[in-house]
Design a protein around this ligand. Structure first.
Ligand SMILES: CC(C)(COP(=O)(O)OP(=O)(O)OC[C@H]1O[C@@H](n2cnc3c(N)ncnc32)[C@H](O)[C@@H]1OP(=O)(O)O)[C@@H](O)C(=O)NCCC(=O)NCCSC(=O)CCC(=O)O
Length: 566
């Protein structure tokens, strides 16, 4: 790009920066020097390929979504939390909000994630262990008691049974007297990544996609600020993928949901802002920063050029980041604080919109209160002390970071082509029921391609670790240590007994005939084409349980079984 065009861009950025709201904060260095809100090429310089880098707040958004960077608003501190019953988790949420957490993020226990009630025999021993147990709308009401749902943005990490859990959240809001139309938050919902990596699915892919389509339609019509999908690379990376695979599979999944919305006749500029993303921040500092920058650029280009998005918000890739659970070690667990800080810094320098920092004890158990506090304080140290919020995309223009960004983007584009090619093999061009990328994803799930690609990458890394080519402190180098064992959080089995008793009591008190009638109406919708959200909401209002709703759907749609791959 020639010097004149660069100067024009700088002026455009400056005008938008001047017009935007800024935080009332000190934007100087520790020594008191003023710094500019963004840096770019020297005046008069020509920079080849500068249109790929650009300025914060404009297409292709490589340098961030906002002209102000974090001067307008800092990232949301959103700590993922949940354990025991709704009452215990509610207390933890109040502690998080009181200590400066900016939003909530619900972790559900394994039975809830699998759409099973706490008294299901398969739930035995798991209730309240890796998250909070939610059986019905009454639990959701307790979970958010005293927390105004109209004011606090809440993210819920659940995909298989996301839709009935979302209905419980809407009913809890109704019971607080909050108009569901004003709710703002995020539901994970991303079923593609369940088949690809996390493996917590319920139904066959096609009916499940129809249910997600119903959810997208419902939200885009009536809950405009809510993000019904958090397209997740985190679990793909944690399963052992490379950074480029994480990026490419996740963005491809995102394209799949765009194709789903378009196939339902929804307007891309209306529904696309409801697609949000979720990435891992692993320990290779610069590669991660490059990944986040490439993610924004690829998404903006595909949304504009492939899917016809014209509004900026529909081209924006907004993302939450979690530091890499898989990088934490049980050996010398205090080192995990350092890893988490470095990973969190990479997320921030990559422009994350929301962040969770892992607790040092998470390889051993759910975080203790002290470990959760250190994790939260890690973000606060970055935000308040280090000066990283002063300048937007401070690494933009670094030869290394720009080259890495380009390389990861090129690798991702190659993977998109492979996915499309798999789709072409299944369905002839022009006949895709949802879209070409979706056909490729479904084929890749069906024939185990994603799983084996990830397994291959995981194996390559593990071999490198075992040959000492890659190092992990405390594991294959610097192993001697004076630190002792950590106190870890143990969730008592009494929680399970209490939850089962409470569920039994609620079942006795509800109007059985109303529950059966509401479930029957919901199943009629499931068998036809009508949007299922309203009838599901009625079932939830009648206190139908999560297990009852999911079992009815499992019966109709069939349970997914993964094909064996050797
Ligand atoms: C979009 C995100 C990513 C973030 O939403 P947030 O509400 O926190 O932030 P946001 O939308 O970026 O910002 C809030 C509002 O401020 C505006 N805003 C932000 N920065 C601004 C700036 N500089 N200038 C002007 N406006 C700005 C935004 O446009 C938005 O307004 P408007 O709305 O008006 O635009 C959302 O989807 C989210 O919260 N995701 C979290 C997902 C999550 O928690 N997942 C946990 C998974 S945990 C898991 O899976 C477990 C893994 C394990 O196994 O451990």
């Amino acid at each position: 790009m020639d010097a004149h065009a660069i100067e024009e861009g700088r002026r455009r950025w400056q005008a938008r920066y001047d017009a935007a709201n800024k935080r009332d904060a000190d934007f100087t260095t520790l020594s008191g020097d003023r710094v500019a809100p963004v840096y770019g090429p020297r005046s008069g310089d020509t920079v080849e390929g500068f249109e790929r880098i650009g300025w914060p707040g404009e297409y292709p958004f490589t340098r961030g979504l906002y002209p102000t960077g974090y001067r307008g608003r800092t990232w949301t501190i959103r700590q993922f939390a949940g354990f025991g019953n709704a009452q215990q988790t509610n207390e933890r949420y109040k502690m998080i909000l009181d200590s400066g957490g900016g939003g909530l993020s619900v972790a559900f226990d394994m039975p809830t994630l699998m759409g099973r009630d706490s008294d299901d025999p398969r739930s035995l021993g798991e209730v309240g262990h890796c998250g909070v147990a939610i059986d019905s709308a009454a639990d959701m009401e307790v979970l958010f008691s005293g927390i105004p749902l109209g004011d606090v943005t809440t993210s819920m990490t659940i995909s298989g049974p996301a839709v009935p859990v979302f209905c419980m959240y809407l009913v809890a809001a109704e019971r607080q007297g909050v108009d569901p139309g004003v709710l703002n938050g995020t539901l994970q919902t991303d079923i593609f990544k369940e088949y690809i990596a996390q493996k917590e699915w319920l139904f066959q892919p096609e009916p499940h996609l129809r249910l997600i389509g119903d959810l997208m339609e419902h939200c885009s019509r009536g809950i405009p600020a809510y993000k019904p999908l958090s397209v997740s690379g985190y679990h793909i990376r944690e399963a052992g993928s490379t950074a480029a695979q994480e990026l490419a599979y996740t963005l491809a999944d995102g394209f799949g949901y765009v194709e789903l919305g378009l196939s339902r006749g929804l307007d891309v500029d209306t529904f696309a802002p409801g697609l949000s993303f979720f990435f891992d921040a692993h320990v290779d500092f610069f590669e991660e920063i490059a990944k986040f920058r490439a993610a924004r650029r690829i998404w903006a280009r595909w949304m504009r050029d492939e899917y016809g998005a014209t509004s900026e918000k529909a081209q924006w890739l907004r993302f939450h980041t979690q530091t890499a659970g898989v990088s934490l070690t049980a050996q010398q667990p205090y080192n995990n604080v350092v890893r988490t800080a470095v990973e969190a810094l990479a997320a921030v320098l990559g422009g994350t919109n929301s962040l969770h920092t892992n607790a040092l004890d998470e390889t051993l158990a759910l975080p203790s209160e002290q470990a959760a506090e250190i994790a939260l304080r890690t973000q606060q140290v970055l935000m308040e002390e280090t000066g990283v919020t002063n300048v937007a995309d401070p690494l933009g223009g670094s030869w290394y970071v720009e080259a890495l960004t380009d390389r990861i983007e090129a690798d991702a584009e190659k993977i998109f082509e492979q996915i499309k090619e798999r789709g072409r093999r299944t369905v002839p061009e022009g006949n895709h029921p949802i879209g070409p990328i979706t056909s490729g994803i479904l084929r890749g799930i069906e024939d185990g391609w994603f799983t084996s690609e990830i397994a291959e990458a995981a194996f390559t890394y593990q071999r490198a670790l075992e040959k000492d080519e890659k190092k992990v402190v405390g594991v294959n180098c610097h192993t001697s240590s004076v630190t002792g064992d950590l106190e870890i959080l143990r969730v008592s089995h009494e929680v399970e007994h209490e939850q089962v008793r409470e569920l039994g009591r609620r079942r006795k008190e509800r109007d059985e005939a109303a529950v059966s009638a509401a479930l029957a109406t919901m199943m009629e919708a499931a068998r036809g084409d009508a949007n299922m959200i309203e009838p599901m909401l009625d079932a939830v209002r009648a206190e139908a349980t999560l297990g009852e709703i999911c079992d009815a759907l499992r019966e109709e749609w069939g349970v997914y079984t993964e094909p064996p791959v050797f």
